[in-house]
Write a protein that binds this ligand. Structure first.
Ligand code: DGY
Length: 422
C-alpha cells in the first residue's frame, strides 16, 4: 500500500467515525440522518477491515429494527432528526423503535459472512445471534414477498430497490397516482442540487405508496393485493440469492441444525426465479414488471448482480463481461447505473446514470467469482482511483468522474477500505 492510499484509508476511517451515532452509522450528515438497511451492511464490511467488534455492532443496531415478522426495515429512526422527509410520523409503523414500513436489498447475511471470515472465535456467540436474525429476514422475504413460491420476490416501492429513480421503474411507476394525503415537505433538495435528485412528481408517487401501505397497516398480504407498483427487481433478487448462499456457507458453524434444508430449498427456488430474468433479446438480466407480466427493457448495472450468485451460465457471463469491457473503455469510471444509450440515461441524476461504488464492488466480486479476475481488477481500480481523486461522494458522473450527491458518504468510505484491504 502506498503512502497516497494510506492517507485515503485514514480519511475513510475518519468519515466512518464522524458518521457514527453510537454503534450505528448514518449514510451522511444531514441528507440521511438515520440508520439505513443496506448502507449499514456495507459500512459493517468496511469496519470489518479494521474493527470486528464495531462491524458486528453495526449489524446488531440494525437488528434492533427487525419486526416481529422478520422484516428488517429500510430505515431505523433511532433518534429524532428533522433534516429528512418522510420521517416516522409519515410512516406510522408500530415497531418499538420507530422504523419505515418497507425493506431494502438484503445485503445483511453477505456482510455477516464477510465479517465472520475475519473474526476470531471470541465473536462466535454474536455471529450466531446475527445468523438467526438473517435467517428470519430471509424467511420473511419468502413468505411475505413470494407467497406463491414463484422464485421471485416482489418489491413494492422504489425505495425498496435502493435505486429509487432508475429508468427501470418509469413504466410501472407511471401507474401510481400522484395524489397524497400527506403534505410533502422535501428536505433532500435542501442538501443536494435538485438536478441530481428524483423529481417532485417522483416524490408525489413515492408518498402515494407510503400513504396507501400505511392505510393497510403495513400488512404484507394486503399490500401485495392492493399495490399499483409490483416489480421483480433484478438487484433485490440477485442480492437475496447471494445472501442465501452466504447463509448456507455460515450455517455449519453458526446456524441451527434444522435451518440447512430450508436455506437449500429457498436457494433452489430463487435460482429458478433469477435464471428466468435473463433476457436473450437484450443479452442482459432485466427486472420484471409483475403487474404487466413483462420484462423491463432497460440495461442497468444492477443487471450484472446475478454474477454474485451461481446462476449465470458461461455464455451469459461471456456476453456480460464483453459488454463491461467495452463499457469501461467508454466511460471514465465504470459501471454506470443505467448504461449510456439506454432510454432515460442521465449522467448526474441519482440512479439514472451515475456510478455507485457499492454496485461496482459487487460487480467486481461477481466477475472474480465467474473467472474474470483481470476485468474485476479494472472495475476495482477505477473505483478506488475515482474515490481517491474525486472524494467520498454518494455517486459519480460516469462521463466526467465528478463526485455527486451527498459528501463524506459512509458506504463510499467503506468500499474504499474494502478495496484497499484486498
Ligand atoms: C431517499 O430518501 O433518498 C432514500 O433513497 C430512501 O431510502
Amino acid at each position: 500500500m502506498t503512502m497516497f492510499s494510506d492517507t485515503h484509508t485514514a480519511q475513510a476511517k475518519a468519515i466512518l467515525a464522524a458518521n457514527d451515532r453510537g454503534g450505528y452509522t448514518v449514510p451522511t450528515h444531514g441528507l440521511y440522518p438515520f440508520q439505513w438497511n443496506w448502507d449499514s451492511a456495507f459500512v459493517a464490511m468496511g469496519f470489518a477491515t479494521f474493527d470486528i467488534d464495531r462491524a458486528l455492532r453495526e449489524l446488531e443496531r440494525l437488528a434492533e429494527g427487525q419486526w416481529a415478522d422478520g422484516m428488517i426495515p429500510q430505515i431505523i429512526f433511532h433518534t429524532p432528526a428533522d433534516s429528512y422527509f418522510p420521517g416516522p410520523e409519515v410512516w406510522g409503523t408500530r415497531h418499538i423503535i420507530a422504523t419505515s414500513g418497507i425493506t431494502q436489498p438484503p445485503v445483511f447475511a453477505s456482510a455477516l459472512k464477510f465479517i465472520a471470515e475475519r473474526a476470531d472465535v471470541s465473536f462466535e456467540p454474536r455471529i450466531r445471534a446475527l445468523f438467526a436474525v438473517a435467517d428470519r429476514y430471509h424467511r420473511w422475504f419468502a413468505s411475505a414477498r413470494d407467497p406463491e413460491a414463484t422464485g421471485l420476490v416482489s418489491t413494492l416501492h422504489n425505495w425498496e430497490t435502493g435505486r429509487d429513480n432508475s429508468p427501470e421503474w418509469d413504466i410501472p411507476f407511471a401507474r401510481v397516482p400522484e395524489t397524497t394525503t400527506t403534505v410533502i415537505r422535501r428536505r433532500d433538495t435542501g442538501h443536494v442540487d435538485a438536478s441530481m435528485r428524483p423529481t417532485d412528481a417522483d416524490y408525489r408517487r413515492y408518498i402515494h405508496l407510503v400513504d396507501l401501505y400505511r392505510s393497510l397497516d403495513w400488512n404484507p398480504a394486503a399490500m401485495l393485493a392492493k399495490t399499483p407498483f409490483r416489480v421483480a427487481d433484478i438487484g433485490t433478487n440477485a442480492i437475496l440469492l447471494a445472501a442465501e448462499e452466504a447463509l448456507l456457507a455460515l450455517q455449519p458453524r453458526f446456524g441451527a441444525s434444522n435451518s440447512e434444508a430450508d436455506i437449500r430449498a429457498r436457494i433452489l427456488r430463487l435460482s429458478r426465479g433469477l435464471s428466468g430474468l435473463w433476457n436473450a433479446d437484450h443479452g442482459w438480466y432485466l427486472s420484471r414488471d409483475l403487474l404487466a407480466s413483462a420484462p423491463i427493457a432497460v440495461r442497468t448495472s444492477a443487471g450484472l448482480l446475478p454474477l454474485l450468485t451461481n446462476v449465470p451460465d458461461r455464455a451469459h457471463v461471456a456476453h456480460m463481461s464483453g459488454v463491461v469491457d467495452a463499457h469501461l473503455d467508454a466511460v471514465c469510471m465504470g459501471i454506470a447505473s443505467t448504461l449510456p444509450g439506454e432510454p432515460g440515461f442521465e449522467p448526474k441524476r441519482y440512479w439514472r446514470g451515475p456510478v455507485w461504488a457499492i454496485i461496482n464492488w459487487m460487480i467486481a466480486e461477481g466477475l472474480g467469482r465467474h473467472g474474470h479476475p483481470a476485468l474485476a481488477e479494472r472495475v476495482r481500480k477505477s473505483t478506488a482511483e475515482a474515490i481517491e481523486r474525486r472524494g467520498f461522494g454518494e455517486y459519480f458522473d460516469p462521463t466526467t468522474g465528478e463526485a455527486l450527491g451527498g459528501a463524506t458518504f459512509s458506504w463510499t468510505a467503506a468500499i474504499l477500505l474494502m478495496l484497499r484491504d484486498q
